[in-house]
Design a protein around this ligand. Structure first.
Ligand code: SF4
Length: 774
């Protein structure tokens, strides 16, 4: 096959699964020991006891390197070391004894644990040939491991070959370790070294051996194609080095052999100034790059600085992204691929695509916003997608995922397009509604794993006592809200086992008794479903009764992520997607408008966001009943699923911005209002998303308790004065609205600006007997 055809095919394959991205791991290199029992003919890393001041780095030295990396944004601690030097050198045995360890691997386990305990770095270990037992011991303290196969050719171990005298380099021994790693479910790195005397056919045979192992276990996360560099003072100092063409050919063949999904890595430093050309071979990863430490294996070849790597990647039309030592697929499925002690660390370190979280923003926490995207926009596909969405076209799943994949300056591009579309669609007004939340009970029989609000018997002390408001208190709160200028009460609660459909009707009447003119926005689809079933009514019939009793609209909560794969994880006993949509459809059909929501940043991925947006758009196309779309970033702090180590820590700031912008584009022109949740984003975050597609600030929320139970720090009321200051501060026009997006009556507005402080709440305790007697 001609070279240009081979390369073009490899690039096409890379694009299929990796798009226009090249990843790297920001790391420190920790050479725990440079002594080795092997004597490979090309190696300058290994040395002898007489040439080093100490056989091993001390714990303080290890920690100093790790901390220096942490300060520079590194996430990987790469432990590379010689192979069991204690088998060869008395000095190594003595040093280990002084350190209190029986073996190099034993000391390595302790040093990995130290780095994990003291820093946010995640260890990857390259510790030479190991048994399955050794690897299992290291799995407790490292997120990935590796060994280069180098070559499957036994010829190279013969006298005169580069591996002569290095029993650990025997291909059968190395492949046995690769297999053992697969059985142990360890995300594993391997690869080949080219130019050490092997033939091309032997390179391919090496790849096929690794491919077969991966087919059996699915554990090889990357294939490294490394080119031999002749080093002075080695047996192979005068050996011929492979040229760039040979490297490109091998990397491209690796892409073809392993397919679109595998990560193919070529270290950039070993190609010096030619490294940008490696992208021509269909690679998708640059490997570990350190802003702090040298490549101790190839000290003559410094890594390109990250900005230079990013610029070279961009010049090839690609975007540089940072990953962890564990590749995205293995990081996202950390329960399968990590030791239970580390699964939580990994889950908390990644974003929705399994890449490293590079901004520190946390939903609900008062903190500065991360800087906007940097560098040039790179994804040529975004422009046409934005144009189609802005023209009202329904985007497909993959197209929406592509919009969500924007990084760096591409995020700004998407947000600017959404902002422009917002201006053309709804103008410069930013609306808000003066309202009060009344969460009448926190008693709930459901087990949503993200919910910190519901009260079960097990966590009484963690989240306060169970309560169940009296109807008198509901009336009082509605009346007080009306006095303070509210036009709406928003009422939702847990699924209290003592509640029936009549209870919901009573709650509705209680609110209306307290404030006859108030709009009651109440009852999640789950509550509607529960109420209907307890009365033996259809959803339609129950909604008609609620409507006739004065219900004005429904909150589109309980949607979480409209995908049953995700719902099966986060809320397995709740309504499935079709049921949620059916309640919304029924509400729209009986004349009750609803909002729509998404709760994002926990276990789901961009594909699920795409499906969710499509469901909302499709139903809206049929009913027109959604008033707005409300992105709700996941607040993780008190969520049981987070506390058990099974979720991410909410969306990154990039993801939060994109959700508002992409929703604006994807739902256009069917849903025109995109709401910023100030209680989750905070005032700064709300300002930013209002400049990136959103046009509404939601409610003033006189008593917000659900988000506060989850751990948000953004307060419980955002009064009209503060709302209007925020809106005017970004050059937009404040507009107090009703639930139906009409201008609030002047009399309501006037009251809202003269509100007295709220009276103390009465949290009527939950007493089962009260319901039993009712
Ligand atoms: Fe209950 Fe709603 Fe919490 Fe689920 S989210 S546990 S249904 S209160």
């Amino acid at each position: 096959m001609p070279m240009h055809t081979l390369l073009a095919g490899a690039v096409t394959l890379r694009r299929e699964q990796h798009g226009n991205r090249l990843s790297y791991s920001r790391k420190v290199f920790i050479p725990l020991t440079r002594l080795c029992r092997d004597v490979c003919g090309y190696c300058t890393f290994a040395t002898t006891p007489g040439r080093v001041s100490s056989p091993y780095l001390s714990p303080d030295e290890v920690l100093a390197i790790a901390r220096a990396g942490e300060r520079e944004g590194c996430r990987e601690a790469l432990f590379t070391l010689g192979d069991r030097p204690e088998a060869r050198y008395a000095e190594a045995r003595a040093a280990l004894a002084a350190l209190g360890h029986a073996s190099t691997l034993d000391y390595l386990v302790t040093m990995c644990a130290l780095v994990l305990k003291e820093t946010n770095l995640l260890p990857h270990v390259n510790a030479g040939l190991m048994s399955e037992e050794d690897m299992m011991a290291l799995k407790r303290v490292s997120v990935s491991q590796g060994i280069m196969l180098e070559s499957i050719s036994e010829r190279l171990c013969e006298k005169g070959g580069p591996h002569y005298g290095s029993p650990d380099k025997h291909p059968a021994a190395r492949m046995a370790m690769v297999e053992a790693a697969g059985r142990a479910k360890i995300p594993f790195t391997s690869g080949i070294l080219i130019g050490i005397g092997e033939m091309r056919v032997e390179r391919v045979a090496s790849m096929l051996a690794l491919r077969d192992s991966h087919a059996r276990h699915g554990h090889i996360q990357e294939i490294i194609v490394q080119n031999f560099r002749a080093k002075t003072r080695t047996r192979m100092a005068e050996a011929h080095e492979p040229g760039l063409d040979a490297l490109l050919w091998t990397a491209a063949v690796a892409r073809h052999v392993f397919g679109a999904g595998m990560s193919i890595q070529v270290p950039p430093n070993l190609s010096y100034e030619d490294f940008p050309r490696l992208i021509e071979a269909g690679i998708d990863d640059w490997g570990g790059i350190s802003p702090v430490t040298a490549d101790h294996v190839n000290p003559e070849a410094p890594w390109p600085a990250v900005p230079r790597l990013a610029a070279a990647t961009a010049a090839s039309g690609c975007t540089l992204v940072q990953r962890l030592a564990a590749y995205p697929a293995y990081a996202l499925d950390s329960l399968t691929w990590q030791h239970p002690d580390l699964a939580q660390r990994v889950a908390h370190a990644v974003d929705s695509e399994g890449l490293a979280r590079v901004d520190r923003w946390v939903t609900g926490v008062i903190m500065p916003l991360p800087p906007e995207g940097r560098g040039d926009a790179h994804d040529d596909a975004l422009g046409p997608l934005i144009a189609r969405a802005s023209g009202g076209a329904r985007l497909g799943e993959e197209e929406i995922v592509r919009l969500f994949s924007a990084r760096g300056a591409d995020v700004d591009l998407v947000c600017a397009a959404a902002d422009d579309l917002r201006r053309r669609t709804v103008g410069d007004a930013v609306r808000y509604v003066v309202n009060r939340n009344i969460n009448y009970t926190n008693v709930c029989t459901y087990h949503c794993k993200f919910c910190a609000f519901s009260k079960g018997k097990q966590h009484e002390d963690l989240r306060g006592r169970p309560y169940d408001l009296s109807l008198t208190e509901v009336s009082r709160r509605a009346a007080e809200a009306w006095d303070r200028g509210a036009t709406e009460v928003c009422m939702q609660g847990g699924i209290n086992p003592y509640y029936t459909g009549e209870t919901y009707l009573d709650l509705l009447r209680a609110a209306k008794d307290g404030a006859p003119g108030i709009h009651v926005h109440a009852f999640s689809p789950l509550e509607v479903s529960h109420g209907a079933s307890t009365l033996g009514l259809s959803i339609h019939a129950f909604l008609e009764r609620l409507r006739d009793a004065g219900l004005g609209s429904l909150p589109g909560t309980a949607a979480e992520i409209l995908d049953d794969e995700v719902r099966g994880i986060i809320c397995p006993d709740k309504l499935v997607t079709a049921e949620w949509l059916a309640v919304m459809r029924a509400a729209h059909e009986v004349g009750l408008p609803t909002t729509s929501t998404i709760m994002f940043g926990h276990v789901e991925r961009p594909l699920h966001w795409a499906r969710h947006l499509q469901h909302i758009r499709d139903l809206q196309a049929q009913t027109g009943g959604f008033t707005e779309f409300v992105p709700l970033p996941f607040v993780h702090m008190e969520a049981p699923i987070y506390l058990r180590g099974q979720s991410r820590t909410g969306p990154t700031w990039r993801e939060a911005r994109l959700m508002h912008a992409v929703a604006r584009l994807v739902l256009h022109p069917l849903i025109t209002h995109i709401q910023a949740s100030w209680v989750k984003l905070g005032p700064d975050g709300a300002r930013a998303v209002l400049n990136g597609g959103a046009d509404d600030l939601g409610g003033t929320l006189m008593n917000e308790s659900i988000s506060r139970a989850a751990g948000t720090q953004h307060g419980q009321e955002f009064p009209p004065t503060a709302m209007e200051e925020l809106i005017a501060g970004i050059g937009r026009v404040p507009s107090q609205r009703t639930t139906h997006y009409l201008a609030a009556p002047e009399e309501r507005r006037a009251h809202s600006f003269q509100a007295r402080p709220l009276a103390d709440l009465v949290q009527t305790p939950f007493i089962a007997q009260r319901h039993a007697n009712a």
